[in-house]
Design a protein around this ligand. Sequence first.
Ligand code: SF4
Length: 465
Amino acid sequence: MASLSSLFDPELLRRYDTPGPRYTSYPTAPQFSPGFQEADLREMAAITNGDPIPRPLSLYLHIPFCTSPCFYCGCNRIITRDTARGAAYLTRLYREVAMMSALFDRDRDVEQVHFGGGTPNFLSPAQIAEVMDVLRRQFSFAPASRLDCSIELDPRFITPDEVGELATAGFNRASLGVQDFDPEVQRAVNRIQSVEQTLAIIEACRTHGLQSVNVDLIYGLPKQSLEGFSRTLDTTLEARPDRLAIYSYAHLPSMFRPQQRINADDLPSPEVKLGLLQCAIDKLGEAGYVYIGMDHFALPGDSLALAQQRGDLHRNFMGYTTHAESDLLGLGVSAISHIGPSFSQNPRDLGSWEQAIDQGHLPVWRGMRLEEDDVIRADVIQRLMCDGALDYRDLGRRHVIDFTTYFADALARLRPLEDDGLVELTADGLRATSHGRLLLRIIAMCFDRYLPTAAASTPRFSRTV
Ligand code: SF4
């Protein structure tokens, strides 16, 4: 595997810094339509129950509440300090869980549970444990050795002892939001979080036996400097998280209202922003991390790195995962399900989600049934985002197509990228070069049939770097 520093080519990153999808799904969410409704979701569940080998399930639970607004936030969240709202939310979430679980055969094991948000630990550990109990009663869970239970944690609002309660409830993975430890940056984004409280939570995850800890950092935030971000990276790497996500901040204040509170003059210049990314890549390389793809890094022994080596890494709305064959059931406001060849999304506003559940309906807002062409392109983009490479014969066999004929247009669109050194094309396949691996979505965009229309509509996509 190439060293991490070989990923970085400032000239190419500058040239290809264009808006593009993150491909947590293909087709991407702007293609979902209100024509897909509850009856469609029920039908897709029934179809997938008929698979000869029972397909496992992944559960995503969206907890939308946060105590305090971070100004860089682009998530679907509700700011409140009223903890009673958590209890009211759970009452309806349990009804949704019951309606959803009734659709799936009990021989379909749950192999993955993920709590995201918002801030899942807006709920108390007792409430989170109660949710896990409800899930265990309503679904068949795989044995602990095959079960990944992960939760996004805000270290500002959880104690080390409470991490122990989550471990007892069955969680074996955690992802911690950090972003930057520099006090000036923290003030500019309204997220004051000390090094001590963050390290105490990482330590507690280890003490209580969690198998994997992820830390999220962001580059491109207001007031960020090379010196400050370099210190953040050193502090983070000393704690040696199993995984690190280094996201690029996308300043889109017209799309995300909280970002209007960021002073655009405080944002780092494009040059400094590239420098921040280079600093991160260099330091992660020195510390022995490997590049998984799309902002994600892991220690070589982590399950994501091992899955990538085996060629069975997968990407979905939760990011990179090892659970390739499962159907994803999204529960809670704005959550997205991926069941068989379909996507469906719950309403993004709490009122509509509540109303549907109160009326006894699965809260489907919009979605889509994938056509055969969508399924083929989704597989191609999935392999690109996970392996950074395509094997034409393998894909051709899987989908009964002649790859180079079927994708003649896409291969023509790739030629300029080949000339620029992002990708190597051969008769049998293609491979992102080391420089191209940071620009995987630019390569994937060549295979996206919807892109011309999606790019012209709102919401728009964030930039590549
Ligand atoms: S960044 Fe996370 S914690 Fe901050 S407001 Fe957004 S969802 Fe909440």
